[in-house]
Each structure stands twice: as C-alpha cells, then as structure tokens.
Design a protein around this ligand. Structure first.
Ligand code: DGL
Length: 276
C-alpha cells in the first residue's frame, strides 16, 4: 500500500482485524456479507448509536464522527476500514482517504448494476435523505443512470425502526407501504436498498413487491471489494482459524444489545465506545 496523501499511516499487519462502522446497527448487514466472504478475518464493529440517524446531522458533523470512529478502530489495530453506511460514505469517505493511509472501503447505492438489470426501464432507490441529497449521489445518477428512470424515495423512520429491532412490526410495515407505493406505481422492477439498515427489511419489502422484484443489496459487493483491497495490499489474514467479532456502541447498550442479539447470531457482547 502506498502512502499517497501523507496522512496517518498505522502499522500494517495481516493478522490485524478489519474495522467496520455505521451510524448504528444497520451496517451489520454488511458485516454479515464480509463474514461470509472472509471467514478467517477478525472483525471489529462500531455502531455510533448515540448519533443515529446520521441523516439529521449534516455533513460537517458526519465527517467529524467518521473521523472519531476511524481513529478508534485504528487504535484497536484495524488494518482496513469499512464505512458500512451510505450516508457517511457520501459525505466523509474522501476526507477519510486523504487522512488515513490504509484501505478505506465505502459504499454507495448500486445505480450501475440496477440500470444494467432493469427490464421495465424504471429503478427505485430507497435511501436516507442525506444520501439522496448528496453531490456523490447526483454524480452516480449522471454517470450510470443513462436512459433509465430512477425514482428516489427517502425513508424517514426506517433506520430508527431497525435500530429498535422492529423489523417485522405493523408500524414498519405501514412505513414501507407508503415508501414503496411511488416505486410500484412508476412500474419499477428493480429496487436498490441504498441504506445498510434496509436489508433487514427485505422479507417485509417482498410482501409488497412480490417475488419478481429485483432487490439490490450492496453488502456482498462491499465484501468483495474488501477482499480485493486486502489481497492487493498483501493483508489477508493467513491464519487457518475462524475469525472472531467484537462490537462497540456509543449509545444505549441495553437497547443496542437487544437488537444486536436479534440481528447477529451467538449473543455477542456490546461494549461501550470510549472516545479520545
Ligand atoms: N445505515 C446508514 C446508511 O447506510 C443509515 C444512515 C443514517 O443513520 O441516517 O445510510
């Protein structure tokens, strides 16, 4: 790995863990994909639940939080950072890359694959207001939408519902009914989940769309990118043993722990994030 920007350059060690963060527990959908693709890696996960949703924070605050969380993960020995949050990627990933000389993998709504797959010529995007309002998202549309019609739908309330573990409640179902209606009336045949919290709602989303809708979740594409970056930097964990996971939260650990137990197997402990 070359140090291009003269930023902080933590020591590199292939046996070190991969650090992952999100505004909350939604990024666990990405962590699942990374765990499946890279079974030997140790994984660190931070939920910034004291500040969720990032959609309401504004770009400067999100950048400051992304910096705090990255520093924490680097202090824990992370060899690479995954920004498992579309909203934080949209406003903060460029600054992180300028500052930190280690692989930083971000994510964004999958406009390109969706535009390639649609047959009806209409693609729907469910995402946070922050992501949809970002310059990065406008750039994605300009670059990849081509002649495809892209119907964007902000989804206030869905992130909070997943944080509360309400992944199959009447309230969440009612929100989804409202948010999916414009996509269905526009005859979208492909829906992009542009927020890492939403894959946990896929079974409910399917109730409204039926089985033929193509639902695109970016988790595995991110995991593949993590794999490529680790391989390219010679940082894949050579150990033959199965990797472990550690979890931290800046928010209420009783509530977060209950949702974590719902979204991740094995009753993992949720530690308090200590910031410096
Ligand atoms: N999981 C985050 C994302 O992918 C949610 C952002 C938020 O907290 O508003 O965008």
């Amino acid at each position: 790995m070359s140090v291009k920007h003269g930023g902080e350059s933590p020591p590199r060690d292939a046996r070190a863990p991969v650090g992952v963060f999100d505004s909350g527990l939604g990024g666990l959908s990405v962590l699942h994909a990374i765990r499946q693709r890279l079974p030997g890696e140790d994984l660190l996960y931070v939920a910034d639940a004291a500040h969720v949703p990032y959609g309401g924070l504004g770009p400067e605050r999100i950048r400051a939080r992304a910096d705090v969380l990255t520093r924490f993960l680097v202090d824990q020995g992370a060899k690479a950072i995954v920004v498992a949050c579309n909203t934080a990627t949209a406003v903060a990933v460029s600054e992180l890359r300028q500052h930190w000389a280690l692989p930083i993998i971000g994510m964004e709504p999958a406009i390109k694959p969706a535009a390639a797959r649609t047959r009806s010529g209409v693609v729907g995007v469910l995402a946070t207001e922050g992501t949809l309002a970002s310059a990065r998202f406008a750039g994605l549309l300009e670059q990849y939408a081509g002649s495809v019609r892209v119907v964007t739908q902000p989804c206030p309330g869905l992130v909070a519902a997943v944080e509360a573990g309400a992944i199959d409640t009447p309230g969440t179902r009612a929100m989804l009914a409202e948010y999916l209606e414009p996509l269905l009336s526009a005859r979208a045949d492909t829906v992009i989940l542009g927020c890492t919290h939403y894959p946990f709602l896929t079974p409910l989303i399917r109730e409204f769309t039926g089985p033929d809708m193509v639902i695109i979740d970016t988790g595995d594409a991110v995991a593949r990118q993590v794999q490529r970056r680790l391989e390219g930097a010679g940082l894949c964990n050579p150990s033959a043993s199965v990797g472990r996971e550690w979890f931290w939260s800046s928010g209420d650990r009783a509530a977060g722990g209950a949702t974590l137990a719902r979204l991740w197997d094995g009753r993992p402990a949720l530690r308090a994030l200590e910031e410096r």
